[in-house]
Design a binder for this molecule. Structure first.
Ligand code: 3HC
Length: 316
């Protein structure tokens, strides 16, 4: 009889066979843990990502822009809920995930620790931040964990609206007055490099990528996705007559790709340590929102308890 394949080996063969792992399937504890880490931090990013944009809902230049921004911010809240629900299928409670965010134990995307200085930033966020998120999330629609892959399908559909409305804002400004074009250029200058940081550290400096690739949680590496995003986005900016804040950015005919300069990794890791321009403000805003929502959670829990008691008395 061939030697008994270990559970891990059978799991790896199952994933290598392009099968989706579902909540009730056996999975290595490390697979479960890394998914809880990634999915919950993805959810935190969606929820914290609402904050920089909310700043401009009351300042939108027209009713049309306000409606589009409101819809986008509401979508992000929904994305957060899908992702917290996907993480809960792995046995992690919503309370513990929220607690990890509010105590600073869990990360959220570095990109949301930058201030939104002008209306053009709302365009740059849609165009660049949601554009980068789409690059990553389309890849995640093929992730090996079923609930995460399925959440991504719905989220990607809404993200493409986010990206288009952002690019339209930037296009309008770039084709507007000199002052408007300068706003668009200023926003690109401030958001370009932080958007590239969204894809994570270089592959050689990524402690999680090798294992996530082996388990098909990640299908492409951080650098691969970053390069795809650069190659897709640079022509969009050049088409509008904008320039990129990278004097090394140059089309490489041989590679069929753009060469680009080095990311400021010190800035990246400082932000991960909580020392970005808005880290403290973002966390304080989330803590205040959580405290303000305490009465709603208490009322919902009291109602649920009353309902279950009522069911018990009927059943008796
Ligand atoms: N910001 C904050 N932390 C980051 C980061 C970033 N941009 N990039 C990497 N990190 C963290 C990782 O979480 C990891 O720390 P941890 O082990 O404590 O969690 C560490 O840096 C090393 O990075 P790795 O590349 O080894 O980690 P991963 O394999 O997890 O890859 C990732 C990082 C590519 C961000 C991956 O976690 C991922 O794909 N996450 C899902 C997508 C996501 O979270 N996107 C965030 C934006 S969501 C968004 O923009 C919403 C849109 O609607 C606007």
């Amino acid at each position: 009889m061939g030697e008994q394949l270990s559970l891990e080996e059978r799991f790896q063969a199952y994933v290598d066979g392009e099968n989706k792992v579902e909540p009730k399937d056996w999975m290595p504890e490390a697979y479960r843990k890394t998914l809880i880490r990634q999915i919950s931090q993805h959810a935190h990013s969606e929820v914290v990502g609402m904050l920089p944009e909310a700043n401009w809902i009351t300042r939108a230049p027209s009713l049309r822009r306000k409606v589009a921004l409101l819809a986008k911010v509401q979508d992000e809240a929904g994305h957060g809920l899908y992702l917290y629900s996907a993480a809960e299928t792995l046995g992690e409670s919503r309370e513990s995930m929220i607690d990890a965010l509010l105590t600073g134990k869990a990360k959220y995307s570095s990109i949301f620790n930058y201030p939104t200085m002008s209306w053009a930033d709302i365009g740059a966020i849609g165009w660049l931040v949601d554009g980068a998120a789409i690059q990553n999330q389309v890849m995640l629609t093929r992730t090996s964990y079923g609930p995460y892959a399925r959440a991504m399908v719905r989220i990607c559909k809404e993200e493409s609206f986010h990206q288009r409305q952002g690019y339209e804002i930037i296009m309008t400004l770039a084709r507007g007055t000199e002052a408007q074009k300068k706003m668009a250029q200023d926003a690109l200058n401030r958001w370009w490099w932080p958007s590239l940081m969204m894809f994570g550290p270089r592959d050689d400096d990524s402690p999680n990528s090798a294992r996530s690739m082996k388990w098909k949680i990640k299908r492409k590496s951080n650098d691969e996705l970053r390069q795809e995003f650069i190659d897709k986005t640079v022509p969009q900016g050049l088409f509008l007559g904008l320039t990129f804040p990278d004097d090394k950015l140059k089309w490489n005919e041989e590679r069929g790709s753009y060469d680009s300069g080095e990311i400021n990794w010190d800035e990246f890791y400082e932000i991960l340590k909580g020392n970005g321009p808005c880290n403290k403000q973002r966390l304080n805003d989330r803590i205040k929102a959580h405290e303000d929502g305490e009465w709603i959670r208490a009322a919902a829990n009291a109602y649920a308890e009353k309902q279950s008691k009522r069911k018990e008395t009927h059943a008796a």
